[in-house]
Design a protein around this ligand. Structure first.
Ligand code: MYA
Length: 180
């Protein structure tokens, strides 16, 4: 983490604390409601540059016997930390993401992921998050079962322009950040 982190302002467009965040794209594998294969994660805004996301660990997410696939958990962190970046009011993409898997997460768990922006340097947005099992066979809301750090980069409309021919479905961009 750099020493010269700036503390950005919360964008006026970001929902009030406790408010539900809109999906950023209805076809998104992480949060879209028009993506049959997707994880349909939901998010509420925190008090600052943070969100809390929820994931139901369905049987289809199995990796090792009885537990969530590490890639699915990584995707959930990517989505949660990306959604925290909504508090900037600017589009972002993931540049780097790393996860520590601290405890097994059984199928049937409900995970809460608390994600935040730690600060920015130019276009770089430093984020972190932790996951807890709040419901299910090994629920313990005080135990952190996985953590993540990720770097996002703010991007302009031209970033999405490059891939617009590959878009599946009709774009929905409540924050007017996508040109696709
Ligand atoms: C309101 C808004 C709504 C938005 C909602 C969002 C919700 C999202 C939820 C979605 C969730 C799912 C989200 C998804 O799934 S997003 C999909 C997955 N991600 C991508 O597809 C991104 C692919 N990569 C790229 O397009 C480019 O590489 C990007 C744009 C990331 C950077 O290429 P660009 O040419 O633009 O940048 P630059 O090279 O001038 O570098 C600029 C600075 O960044 C530093 N750097 C770059 N890369 C890395 C790295 N890997 N580690 C460390 N540092 C890195 C670099 O050193 C430099 O630093 P400095 O020199 O300034 O110190």
């Amino acid at each position: 983490m750099p020493d010269d982190l700036a503390a950005p302002e919360r964008a006026p467009s970001f929902p009030a604390p406790g408010g539900q965040l809109p999906q950023h794209w209805s076809k998104c594998f992480g949060c879209g409601d028009d993506q049959p294969a997707g994880m349909t994660m939901t998010f509420v805004a925190g008090e600052g540059l943070d969100v809390t996301g929820r994931l139901e660990v369905a049987k289809k997410y199995q990796g090792g016997p009885g537990v969530i696939h590490g890639g699915i958990l990584t995707t959930a962190f990517d989505e949660a930390q990306g959604m925290a970046c909504m508090s900037l009011g600017t589009a972002v993409v993931t540049g780097h993401l790393e996860v520590d898997f601290a405890r097994p997460i059984p199928l049937g768990s409900v995970l809460e992921i608390h994600a935040r922006i730690d600060g920015t340097v130019r276009r770089k947005v430093y984020t972190s998050a932790e996951a807890r099992i709040v419901s299910g066979p090994t629920a313990d809301p005080d135990a952190v079962v996985a953590t993540s750090r990720a770097l996002f980069l703010t991007v302009g409309a031209e970033h999405f322009e490059k891939v617009k021919n590959f878009v599946d479905g009709t774009p929905s961009s409540p924050f007017e950040t996508s040109s696709v």
